[in-house]
Structure formats: structure tokens, C-alpha cells
Design a protein around this ligand. Structure first.
Ligand SMILES: C[S@@+](CC[C@H](N)C(=O)[O-])C[C@H]1O[C@@H](n2cnc3c(N)ncnc32)[C@H](O)[C@@H]1O
Length: 271
């Protein structure tokens, strides 16, 4: 049976949905590049390692603490955090990603729970010490209401005193200053090439982009994507709106302050 999506699988689906044509097997190949996505060249496993250590540090987590990783994708942080002794719930809408996450975390069922979940519909109540939303995964939805619903769901999922960490490498200040790379080509570990073409639309404040993968079997264009870009101040005000108290911005995983030159924008909000 062919792994390629057929037209009828994609029709009527949003780009981010299970079988929507962007996330899935080809996305995992495209994310696994030789040079990473920031100016410091880092491979996927190196950046995951740095991120997991940073999550532990910035959220002050210890073995036994409970974490919600949503969307968990193919489980790179769920895996890394469970290897450090944390109890992790990895939630994602994509079945291929969750399948890969299950392989990665096999044998650690006492610490890892993987759940098929639409982040707009999560209904956890005061269950977690912390929650994470990693790698440009906030702002997928066209409606502001849906994006706020996601934030509210994270707030409700946390115990009192819980911490929520949102991470992105696409901040409004980088886009506005021209430091963000809209087009690039990355060599992949599977020998192929990923070409990324993006544009910023100032009306909708969204990045609209496309991934083109080239490999032995030729060229494949994944379904175009569109994600809302925001500033620290905007995200901070949204966090306050759903009930969070203190909101702190960091510019890297060591905890450096966020400024206009920061390549990462990491925002920690306290319940
Ligand atoms: C950019 S990836 C990031 C995954 C992971 N956090 C990481 O850093 O590797 C975004 C993920 O969001 C998931 N996703 C998209 N829409 C979703 C939704 N409505 N609910 C839950 N997950 C969703 C995708 O399946 C994909 O795994």
C-alpha cells in the first residue's frame, strides 16, 4: 500500500490536521536536517537535548513531576523528559507522529502516556505541574477564539502553582527586524533536501509557508501552512486574559533575557 496521501484524504482537511498533508512521515524527515534551524548549526538530537535540559531548568522540574507535552509530535521532548524521570503525557492529533512517539518511548509505560488529542478540546483539570508547547506550535488556527481556547486549556490543565512554557523560533521582533530567514535550503540526514519558502502577511500577522522535499523519489510539496506570529507583549496579555499571573520571557535555553536579537522566544507563565 502506498504511504503517499491521496487527494481524497486531504480534501476538506485543515493543513494541520491528521492526514492534512503537512504533518506526518514527510514532516519528520524534513525536521531531521543536518544543520538545524537557527544560525548555530545543530542536528535534531543536539537541539532536542538542549531543549530538554532547558525545559527542566526554566520550569524547575524534578523527577516524579508531571508534564503535559502538547503537541508532542513524534515525542522528542516526551521521550527526553521521561528519560529524566518525569511523568509525561504526550498529546497530538497526528497518528503517524504518535506512532513514532510510541516507538521512541517503548518500555517506559510507567512514565509516558500518549494521547490522541485536538489541543482545542483538551479537558484536563489541575493535573500537571507543568505544560509545554514546543517549536512554533501555537497559533495554527485561523480563529483567535480557537487559539485562546488552547491557552485556556493549558491553564486549566495545571495544578495551582503550575508553569506553562511556550517556545518558538519565529517571533514578531525577528520578523520585523528582517533577521528571520523566510527562504532556506537544508540538507537532510536521509540525503534529501528541504526547501522552505515563507512570506509574512501583515494583515493577518501570519507566516504562510511551504515545504518542498527533494529526494530519490523526486520532489514533493507538502500542504502549505499558516501560523500566527506574535510578540512577547501580545502573548503575555493573552496569558493574563486566561488567568495566568507572572509571565517571563527568555531568549535561550540557558535563561538569557529575551531581546530583539534572540533567535528563540521562550515564554513561561505561572498559574
Ligand atoms: C511543529 S510540530 C511540533 C511538535 C513537537 N512539539 C516538537 O517540537 O517536535 C506541531 C505538531 O502539532 C500537531 N498538531 C497540529 N494540530 C493539532 C491540534 N489541533 N491538536 C493537537 N496537535 C496538533 C501536529 O500533528 C504536529 O505534531
Amino acid at each position: 500500500m502506498s504511504h503517499l496521501l491521496q487527494h481524497q484524504d486531504i480534501a476538506g482537511k485543515e493543513w494541520w490536521d491528521n492526514g492534512g498533508g503537512f504533518f506526518g512521515r514527510r514532516y519528520m524527515e524534513g525536521d531531521d536536517s543536518e544543520v538545524g534551524y537557527l544560525t548555530t548549526p545543530r542536528r535534531l538530537d543536539e537541539r532536542t537535548h538542549i531543549e530538554v535540559d532547558g525545559i527542566l531548568r526554566l520550569l524547575d522540574l524534578a523527577p516524579g513531576d508531571s508534564v503535559l507535552d502538547c503537541p508532542c509530535g513524534y515525542g522528542r521532548h516526551t521521550n527526553g523528559l521521561s528519560l529524566k524521570g518525569l511523568r509525561v503525557t504526550g498529546a497530538d492529533i497526528n497518528s503517524e507522529h504518535l506512532g513514532a512517539a510510541a516507538e521512541l518511548t517503548a518500555g517506559r509505560g510507567d512514565l509516558v502516556r500518549l494521547v490522541v488529542e485536538d489541543m482545542r478540546l483538551m479537558s484536563y483539570q489541575q493535573e500537571f505541574d507543568a505544560a509545554i508547547n514546543m517549536f512554533f506550535s501555537f497559533g495554527f488556527f485561523d480563529s483567535h477564539y480557537d487559539n485562546m481556547k488552547v491557552l485556556e486549556n493549558f491553564y486549566r490543565a495545571l495544578k495551582p502553582g503550575g508553569r506553562f512554557l511556550m517556545h518558538t523560533d519565529v517571533s514578531m521582533s525577528r520578523v520585523m527586524s528582517g533577521k528571520y530567514k523566510f527562504s532556506e535550503e537544508r540538507p537532510l540526514t536521509n540525503g534529501g533536501i528541504l526547501r522552505i519558502n515563507e512570506r509574512y502577511d501583515s494583515q493577518s500577522r501570519r507566516i504562510n509557508g511551504e515545504w518542498i522535499l527533494t529526494g530519490e523519489s523526486g520532489e514533493e510539496r507538502l500542504t502549505p501552512y499558516s501560523v500566527r506570529v506574535f510578540s512577547f507583549q501580545e502573548f503575555e496579555s493573552w496569558c493574563h486574559e486566561v488567568g495566568f499571573g507572572k509571565v517571563v520571557g527568555y531568549g535561550d535555553w540557558t535563561g538569557a533575557p529575551l531581546d530583539d536579537d534572540s533567535e528563540d522566544m521562550i515564554i513561561v507563565s505561572y498559574k
